[in-house]
Design a protein around this ligand. Structure first.
Ligand code: NAD
Length: 294
């Protein structure tokens, strides 16, 4: 089966490679020519835009930064909607606002094109391993048809409800990750300034109730002072903007999320927007006048 794949960045490139490994033929597109060339070298076909991708494939996956990029690629000039046949499906795996997913779905539905919103969690290492977690919104019968394609990039693919539900689940995920990184930063700066070896604190507590996937992924990075992304602060700010827009829309105050959002805004001003979100630590280092090192 031929699958279109648009957006070959940190996440999209390894996800596309896993589809090739699973035996699918790919038609790929990105603004960055070197990323396209890398996939063509593995047997993929290149296309100029969404329209051309959609004219060659009935299944089109998008993995783009945010809502405006997905709207442009799907609904804009030269977009997927211009080339797609009725009965095709767009599987948008980007993390975007649930409202945007619903708007794009409605425009595609008028042309008889299906859509799933299927954002992922797990970051670059799990995109490479093919062990992502995928949370999917859309029609259940459409989910069932395309489950195997999504599963070839993931350890878990879970149906969470109607269109937009996938991105709502992803926003919940991003709240928990952001608050968890802030909590870990706060705690380990205390250990350091109180004169207790943070590495030993990590070994002592990681197996208990405070332990988490975030702690295991981010504390070693923090102790190594490795802030190479991974997941950029700029993208997490994008997600928390979508979180706050959505939460205010449905009437849910999020006091802790808004505080961590302001922490991210502060470190972005210090030039950390393109660093990994582990650099939330740097805010705590600044206010405590202490550097976390081994
Ligand atoms: P990225 O910036 O590395 O990749 C985005 C790609 O989209 C780029 O290669 C860019 O050239 C391409 N692109 C943008 N506009 C385009 C257009 N009009 N036509 C064709 N290509 C276009 O981002 P990423 O880290 O791969 O993230 C992609 C999505 O996945 C985001 O929504 C992000 O929030 C989400 N996500 C990222 C991670 C992570 O750890 N990086 C983890 C989970 C989810």
């Amino acid at each position: 089966m031929k699958i279109g794949f648009i957006g070959l960045g940190i996440m999209g490139k390894p996800m596309a490679k896993n589809l090739i490994k699973a035996g699918y033929q790919l038609v790929v597109c990105d603004l960055v020519q070197s990323a396209v060339d890398e996939l063509v070298a593995l047997g993929a076909e290149a296309a100029a835009n969404g329209k051309e991708v959609a004219s060659k494939c009935n299944v089109i996956i998008t993995m783009l930064p945010n809502s405006p990029h997905v709207k442009t690629v799907v609904l804009g000039e030269g977009g997927i909607i211009e080339g797609a046949k009725a009965g095709s499906v767009v599987i948008d795996m980007s993390s975007i606002a649930p409202l945007a997913s619903r708007e794009i779905y409605a425009a595609l539905e008028e042309k008889g094109i299906d859509m799933l919103d299927a954002p992922v969690s797990g970051g670059e290492p799990k995109a490479i391993d093919g062990t992502l977690s995928v949370m999917v919104g859309g029609k259940k019968e459409v989910f069932d048809i395309y489950y195997d394609i999504m599963k070839s990039m993931a350890a878990s693919v879970v149906y969470v409800g109607e269109i937009g539900a996938g991105n709502t689940a992803k926003l919940c995920n991003q709240i928990i990750v952001a608050l968890n990184i802030a909590a870990v930063s706060e705690a380990f700066i205390l250990a350091k300034k109180a004169g207790v070896d943070p590495e030993l604190v990590y070994q002592a507590i990681r197996g208990g109730l405070a332990g988490s996937t975030v702690m295991d992924a981010k504390v070693p990075m923090m102790l190594d002072r490795n802030f190479k992304p991974g997941f950029k602060i700029d993208l997490h700010i994008k997600d928390l903007s979508n979180v706050l827009e959505t939460s205010h829309g449905v009437g849910v105050p999020l006091p802790l999320t808004s505080q961590v959002m302001e922490i991210m805004q502060a470190i972005k001003l210090d030039g950390c927007g393109v660093e990994d979100h582990a650099s939330i630590l740097k805010y705590y280092e600044k206010i405590a006048n202490t550097i976390l090192e081994r």
